[in-house]
Design a protein around this ligand. Structure first.
Ligand code: PNS
Length: 188
């Protein structure tokens, strides 16, 4: 077990089985692991930061040395503020490597004392990403086995609510068009 705090930063929109796998592996080798969600106002996420925190809280409840937090701005600044000595990032495939290497080297330039450690999730999750999970779920496809059950449930809940909203919007639009048509016909 390595002494000190490690940070596992990310978007986690939503958390996947790959994320959870990495959190479990990380919690075994670091004294304390802080899973830190980026609060990024530029992106329009599927889940709010509060929703992502809630899901991660449930998923990591049994991991006593895992803490959750959110951050904004530079990750290295946040890492410094919590005295983290290490950044944990997952590499699923060679395609991840180039971006992760660039990010790790930029972070080292910004804060030379902060080390990045790469870990591989289980190979069965090597193709799982939050983006693809969102895409499959939004198109009505199955995400069982790709995300924890609680996330699968929240995805369904969110998409059902979105489709109910869309249905209501279309119904209101149709009613407005019918009303307008009725008025036009009366005028003739
Ligand atoms: O899950 P993601 O989206 O791959 O995580 C990317 C994340 C949040 C780790 C990265 O975008 C980040 O650290 N953003 C904070 C801003 C920052 O420090 N940028 C410089 C990185 S080199």
């Amino acid at each position: 077990m390595n002494k000190g705090i490690a940070i596992y930063p990310g978007s986690f929109d939503p958390p996947t089985n790959g994320h959870l796998d990495l959190i479990q592996r990380g919690s075994k080798i670091f004294e304390e692991l802080v899973v830190a969600i980026l609060r990024n106002s530029e992106k329009t996420p599927m889940f709010s930061v509060a929703e992502r925190l809630e899901m991660l809280k449930e998923l990591t409840a049994d991991l006593k040395n895992v803490r959750l937090d959110t951050f904004h701005g530079l990750m290295v600044e946040y890492a410094k503020s919590i005295d983290a000595i290490c950044v944990l990032r997952g590499i699923r495939a060679v395609s991840d490597y180039e971006y992760e290497l660039q990010m790790a080297l930029m972070n080292r330039k910004l804060e030379p004392t902060l080390e990045t450690v790469f870990m591989m999730p289980a190979d069965k999750y090597s193709y799982v990403s939050s983006r693809l999970v969102r895409e499959v779920a939004q198109a009505g496809g199955p995400v069982r086995g790709l995300v924890p059950e609680v996330v699968e449930f929240k995805l369904r809940e969110k998409l059902d609510a979105a489709s109910r909203l869309e249905e209501r919007r279309l119904r209101a639009k149709a009613a407005k068009a019918a009303k307008h048509k009725g008025k036009e016909e009366k005028r003739k």
